[in-house]
Ligand binder design. Structure first.
Ligand code: C5P
Length: 241
């Protein structure tokens, strides 16, 4: 299969987006970080003064507005990248005429996104858009429910993991660049809280999808993580032939 469909799931700050994006670039596949779609809906709800508890109103926003994903970090068309990875790079997305980039990773969005992502109506709309983007293959899609719900027929399923302490350390290092006063214990607590919300929710909780290859990045650096992902994809594609 020349145009593999690859699902990458994993908890917050596991590196799935940056690793997935680098692997996509190397393999000349498209890449979609689905987290920014949940973040965009969250931003729009906050902007309109709609509380996450008003599930019908938030679901209506997700249903009404199609998002357009901008490839701004990597303009080379031959990579066919849909959206650069994660919050920490320059991912951008447009919704209802608003072009969002830094707004996607604001504290406010960080605090509310898990509640918005727990709303079934929101998930239904975004999963439909994600499947349409994934149609035709040749893509690495990263998120929480890609192998389990969005693309259960994916040719390759990966789960990128790391301990909560290591993930909080990585997130802390990123946040510290913008704000030196950031508190590690607070970042650790926030990471635990998001893990809890993402894995305990009723609809599409974070799980290791059946058949997924688990890559633990605690003791390997970024380049090795990317190499492990590329190796897993190449092996699966060769076996399919
Ligand atoms: O990946 P990122 O941390 O940017 O995702 C933000 C939030 O969006 C996650 O904490 C999760 O609640 C939600 N999300 C989701 N399903 C996805 C991607 C993200 O529920 N496929």
């Amino acid at each position: 299969c020349q145009r593999p469909t690859v699902a990458i799931d994993g908890p917050v700050a596991s590196g799935k987006s940056s690793v997935g994006r680098a692997a996509a670039k190397a393999l000349r596949l498209r890449f979609l970080d689905t987290g920014i779609m949940y973040r965009a809906v969250t931003w729009l709800a906050l902007h309109r003064g709609i509380a996450a508890a008003d599930t019908a109103a938030v679901a209506e926003l997700a249903d009404k507005y199609r998002m357009s994903l901008d490839d701004t970090a990597d303009q080379s068309p031959d990579h066919g990248v849909i959206a650069p990875s994660s919050p920490t790079t320059n991912a951008a997305i447009s919704i209802d005429g608003h072009r969002l980039r830094d707004e996607l990773v604001s504290d406010d969005v960080d605090r509310h996104v898990a509640a918005v992502a727990a709303i079934t109506g929101v998930r239904t709309s975004l999963v439909k858009q994600q499947r349409a983007i994934g149609n035709g293959g040749g893509i690495i899609m990263a998120g929480r429910d890609i192998g389990s719900v969005v693309l259960p027929q994916a040719d390759v399923k990966l789960y990128i993991d790391a301990s909560v302490e290591e993930r909080a350390r990585r997130r802390f290092a990123q946040l510290q660049e913008a704000d030196p006063s950031v508190d590690f214990q607070q970042v650790l607590a926030d990471t635990r809280r998001r893990d809890f919300l993402d894995s305990q929710r009723a609809d599409s909780p974070l799980v290791v999808p059946s058949g997924a290859i688990v890559i633990d990045t605690d003791s390997i650096d970024f380049d090795r993580s990317v190499a492990a992902v590329i190796h897993a994809i190449r092996s699966a594609v060769t076996n399919h032939k």
